[in-house]
Ligand binder design. Structure first.
Ligand code: SF4
Length: 414
């Protein structure tokens, strides 16, 4: 199958996204230097709304981890964390982020003029995604000598019950006195309601952005999504994120109206299950475009859709939103979810990324690909790699696997 080099179609709103991300980091830099406003570190699917309602600026180490991966700095920094006893087998966001801290080397310097990550006043985690985030934040607790608080969420949940929700809601409420002490003032319930409402608006717009790729041809790829999800991760609950997704959505709707696809002559539509390989995003985007194939949907980008936010009781809304996530759920639930995505997005094949250092986002390890392929009658491929540690990823092997998958689809259609 021939593969010419193609240029990736640029999304015009990207400039605006860079602008608001630049503002976000400039605010963190200034606050870190002045000591005000206070800064909370939060896990990516942690209770950001609660922190913002207190007036904290919120920083997300996983976003830094993704930047370390995308700039290909991660692989060289991981050994510094390994030397402290953090295994090469655990989360490579954690090890590359800790390595970056030890080595005083961060992509934030080149991108945003920050010498280092912003100093935290409090660290807030939720183990809904994995235990690694707790160990990660406890490393920084020892370094910065600041409070760490968190939620231990039950995992592998099939049906989400009131018992689960009450357990998480209670833990969210128990954080409040610690946060009040750090913030120096009580929680303003009206502000919490305002922020969760805003966050919900952001989520609904982000979902519309992702759902635009149900259209044939799709106006956006998974690879675009991994970049444009930045504001949904770090600025949810802030008006700028909401405004940004209105702009992006209108650009994508225009593409749909004009029949413009993200990939020229889109012939095959794929689903990506698992983490991106951050250091290979561009390669993957170019290869699929050259194969006239569009990765139209993913579990990963949809992980920042929190539709349960903004219930009348904001604590319960947060508890539900952050506990009903795909990553927290049972194998059965996950298979039902992927089945519905395959139908909604008219998917021809599924790609599973087995990320060596993230079992939590690698759903190929307990038979799911074979079960789903049998049930749905779709081919799949399992790519062995990693989110950040490129020593665990073979570019050549992956290219060949993608090519073979598309050849299989082409033969089937012929
Ligand atoms: S879910 Fe995976 S990538 Fe994310 S913090 Fe946990 S181990 Fe790391």
């Amino acid at each position: 199958m021939s593969q010419e080099k193609v240029n990736i179609k640029k999304i015009k709103s990207t400039g605006q996204m860079h602008k608001i991300m630049g503002e976000y980091f400039a605010e963190l830099k200034e606050a870190s230097e002045k000591g005000s406003p206070k800064i909370a570190w939060c896990t990516s699917v942690g209770p950001a709304e609660l922190l913002r309602a207190f007036g904290f600026l919120v920083y997300f180490p996983e976003n830094h981890g993704a930047l370390l991966g995308a700039t290909r700095m991660a692989t060289d920094l991981i050994p510094a964390a390994n030397a402290l006893g953090y295994s090469p087998d655990i989360c490579s966001y954690l090890t590359s982020d800790v390595g970056s801290y030890i080595k005083k080397s961060t992509p934030l310097t080149k991108a945003f003029g920050m010498e280092t990550v912003p100093r935290p006043d409090v660290l807030v985690y939720n183990t809904n995604q994995c235990r690694d985030v707790k160990d990660w934040f406890e490393f920084y607790q020892r370094e910065f000598d600041v409070p760490v608080v968190g939620i231990d969420t039950p995992r592998g949940i099939g049906e989400l019950t009131d018992t689960h929700l009450d357990h998480v809601t209670q833990q969210l409420k128990e954080m409040v006195p610690v946060l009040e002490k750090v913030a120096g003032h009580p929680l303003d319930e009206a502000e919490l309601k305002r922020v969760t409402d805003l966050s919900k608006q952001c989520t609904l717009l982000w979902k519309k952005v992702l759902r635009s790729s149900e259209h044939v041809p799709s106006p956006i790829t998974f690879f675009d999504g991994t970049i444009h999800m930045g504001p949904a991760v770090v600025l949810r609950g802030d008006e700028r994120a909401e405004r940004y997704y209105q702009q992006l959505l209108s650009e994508l709707e225009q593409r749909v109206d004009q029949g413009v696809g993200a990939v020229d002559e889109e012939a095959y539509r794929l689903y990506w299950e698992g983490m991106p390989v951050w250091g290979a995003l561009r390669d993957h985007a170019e290869q699929f475009a050259s194969l006239r194939s569009c990765v139209v949907a993913s579990t990963y980008c949809n992980s920042w859709v929190f539709e349960a936010l903004a219930e009348a009781n904001p604590f319960k809304g947060m508890a539900r939103a952050y506990t009903e996530l795909f990553i927290v759920r049972s194998e059965d639930y996950k298979e039902r979810y992927i089945t519905s995505m395959v139908r909604d997005f008219d998917i021809d094949a599924i790609i599973y990324h087995d990320a060596k250092t993230c079992p939590n986002n690698s759903n190929n390890r307990y038979g799911m690909p074979v079960r789903l392929s049998n049930r749905l009658g779709l081919p799949h491929v399992v790519v062995n790699g990693d989110l950040n540690d490129l020593r665990l990823y073979s570019e050549e092997q992956t290219r060949t696997q993608f090519e073979a998958l598309i050849e299989q689809l082409a033969e089937h259609r012929a």
